[in-house]
Design a protein around this ligand. Sequence first.
Ligand SMILES: [Fe+2]
Ligand SMILES: [Fe+2]
Length: 294
Amino acid sequence: MNAENDRPAAMDAIFEQLDQSDIASIKGVVSGVLQIISDPTSTAKNLKEIVEIDPPLTARVLFLANSAHYAPRIKILDIMQAIIFVGFDAIKELALSQKVANIFQNGATVGGYSSEALWKHCLATALFTKMIYRREFRERGDNAYACGLLHDIGIIALQQFMPEVFYRILKTAEAENIALTAAEKAALGFDHADLGRAITEYWNFPEDIVQAIGAHHAPGQDPSRLAQTLFIADTVTRGNELGYESRPAVEKALFQTCLNELNINHQAVALVLADVQKEIANMETQGMLSYGNR
Ligand SMILES: [Fe+2]
Ligand SMILES: [Fe+2]
């Protein structure tokens, strides 16, 4: 352990590169949007300020507001118009997802893994988590969306900061048919959930998000509703061709325990899954699933 920050020593190599990386480039916009989410008095103007200081994000938001999906009758030329036309909530999600999409870079494909598969998985997990919040808990689920989007940020960090080790871990997991987290633990002493917790904690993201990310493969570590829902979302997407590895999630007993604790039934899960699959398919047709540095 690094005495100064309680980080496993093997993580230091990653943290040495983090501040200068593309991954760190999401921090400003994502914390800004998270702040807006946590402050009920925030307005469209606060959101506009966050989006407009980021030219690629501004371009993306305008592009999407003018896309066939929203089909405005007159061309939308500024962010405020886009927020009013498309909606405050939708622009918040769009800002988060477009910004986070930038850290998924092309890399090798190993077994079922590729950056593209992981990006689709993170989007599907974000949508799933949010929908469960809205339908089952009657809550807005803003943090839930952000949490789903960011939950596998530890995988991105491993792929970008130690690619050789990461691809070796992927190959081991495939060859031995073990969970990615097990192969990570064996090689590094920590897994991508531990790394995701460390990164988001370092960025001072909201504590519920940090802890849920850290527990997303071991929901026993965090009994919160967010952590349990994230675990459900991650397990269901991975088991339904919205995952990132050939081996599907197999934590059946844990899955059922979480469902019981959240008081959610299998039918509700199946309905949400069907809507997530539909939404992801729509995004794919409309070319909205693009990812990577643009
Ligand atoms: Fe994960
Ligand atoms: Fe995941």
